[in-house]
Design a protein around this ligand. Structure first.
Ligand SMILES: Cc1cc2nc3c(=O)[nH]c(=O)nc-3n(C[C@H](O)[C@H](O)[C@H](O)COP(=O)(O)OP(=O)(O)OC[C@H]3O[C@@H](n4cnc5c(N)ncnc54)[C@H](O)[C@@H]3O)c2cc1C
Length: 375
């Protein structure tokens, strides 16, 4: 076990909360600060692949997550007129590793939060400065206070303050894709598993959640825009009007502009994830287009591996070195493949759908195979 008494986790998202729980399991007593004044989450729903569920299983949370969400067994893609292009059995993709689950983000957060419950967590508190000296980190907080830690973990998302305070000039880029997402309290006919409908330069995804709800997300390539709230729903209905299958029923079930969250899809990539006694995990360290639905899974795996190496190694330095070498190949595989898939979406519609019909099933299996072994 690394001799690290005072650990600060910055950020209470998936990565931060899973890490808090994982560190407690290893016998550490971390502290956590979250910038938001409440535990509210944005972003509608999330699809948890079997490798994400494996981490939740190691934390003892898989059964609760399954109960709060719904198990998803198949993955199907359709063309814009509703014709089926491919269908894949997820148990075969993951070689029996365990179920995949669709869940509302607030429901997942609630489970993680309850599990991390004994961690000292301060809401409405952000990090404003970090100074490293003598194998310790002095952290300044937004209330003017400061404290010294043996390790600071930046789990503070794609706009990470910890990253900005530790590394110069890591850019956050726009992937060229805008995203709209929301949850409806019904299940459109035909949505029994993860369902994707392709149009010209657009993709619409529908994911079953718990309680008969459905999470929908729409990706559209193009310049980064600000889509004002007023009139958003009408604009989305018009923009995706050509898509058939279950899409019209989903769009009809949305009732207010506020039902749709809109954001650009961004990426961040950096050559190293630790410096001295500071390390970044999850989106703070690596983020890209969610084409493999693996960002959350990678954030959970990061947390699991970091807790594991801190429990196994004798110093912070060696733990962080082992952490980076265990995480590097997997995370880079996901980044590269996610970007390649996003580029495929820019192929013209006829070529793309023909290619997809022919190769999707085999390619999907190959895509996730390297993630089947434990991280
Ligand atoms: C459109 C879209 C769809 C996606 N779909 C999927 C999917 O289906 N499956 C999947 O696995 N992944 C998916 N992802 C990726 C996934 O959402 C992210 O990878 C994951 O949420 C990252 O978790 P995190 O904890 O690293 O960061 P975040 O969830 O961003 O959490 C960071 C936390 O840190 C807090 N914070 C920020 N700055 C500070 C500060 N200075 N001080 C204190 N606290 C701070 C924030 O308030 C936040 O609570 C998707 C992403 C997008 C954009």
């Amino acid at each position: 076990m690394a001799s690290v008494e005072h650990i600060l986790i910055v950020g209470g998202g998936l990565a931060g909360l899973a890490l808090a729980h994982g560190l407690q399991q290893q016998g550490f007593t971390p502290e956590l600060v979250e910038r938001n004044a409440s535990w509210e989450t944005v972003g509608a729903g999330i699809f948890l692949h079997a490798n994400a569920m494996r981490v939740l299983r190691s934390l003892g949370l898989d059964a609760e997550v399954e109960r709060a969400g719904t198990v998803i067994r198949r993955w199907a893609f359709y063309g814009q007129s509703g014709e089926r292009l491919s269908e894949t059995d997820l148990a075969e993709v993951w070689d029996g590793l365990g179920p995949c689950v669709g869940i509302a983000r607030p429901a997942l957060h609630k489970v993680l939060l309850a599990a991390a419950g004994t961690t000292r967590a301060r809401l409405g508190m952000a990090v404003t400065s970090l100074v490293q000296a003598d194998e310790q980190v002095r952290v300044g907080f937004s209330d003017g206070s400061s404290a010294v830690y043996d390790l600071v973990v930046g789990a503070d998302g794609i706009q990470s303050t910890v990253r900005q305070l530790t590394w110069d000039g890591v850019p956050v880029g726009y992937t060229g894709v805008m995203c709209w997402r929301g949850i409806v309290p019904m299940r459109p006919a035909g949505v029994s598993g993860w369902t994707g409908v392709f149009g010209d330069g657009v993709v619409f995804g529908l994911v079953p959640l718990g309680d008969g709800h459905t999470y929908g997300f729409a990706f559209a390539g193009g310049p980064q825009i600000h889509d004002p709230l007023e009139g958003r729903l009408a604009r989305i209905r018009e923009r995706f009007a050509a898509l058939r299958g279950p899409v019209p029923a989903y769009l009809a079930a949305l009732t207010r502009d506020e039902d749709l969250h809109c954001a650009p899809i961004e990426w961040v990539e950096m050559p190293e994830w630790h410096s001295g006694h500071v390390v970044v995990i999850g989106d703070a360290a690596h983020a890209g287009p969610p084409t493999m639905a693996q960002g959350g899974a990678m954030a959970l795996e990061d947390a699991y591996v970091l807790a594991d190496v801190l429990g196994a190694e004798t110093s912070v330095e060696s733990a962080l070195r082992v952490y980076a070498s265990r995480r590097g190949p997997r995370v880079r595989w996901v980044e590269e493949q996610s970007r390649a898939m996003a580029a495929m979406f820019r192929t013209d519609y006829a070529t793309f759908t023909a290619m997809f019909r022919e190769r999707a099933d085999a390619q999907m299996r190959a895509l996730y195979r390297p993630l089947i072994p434990a991280p």
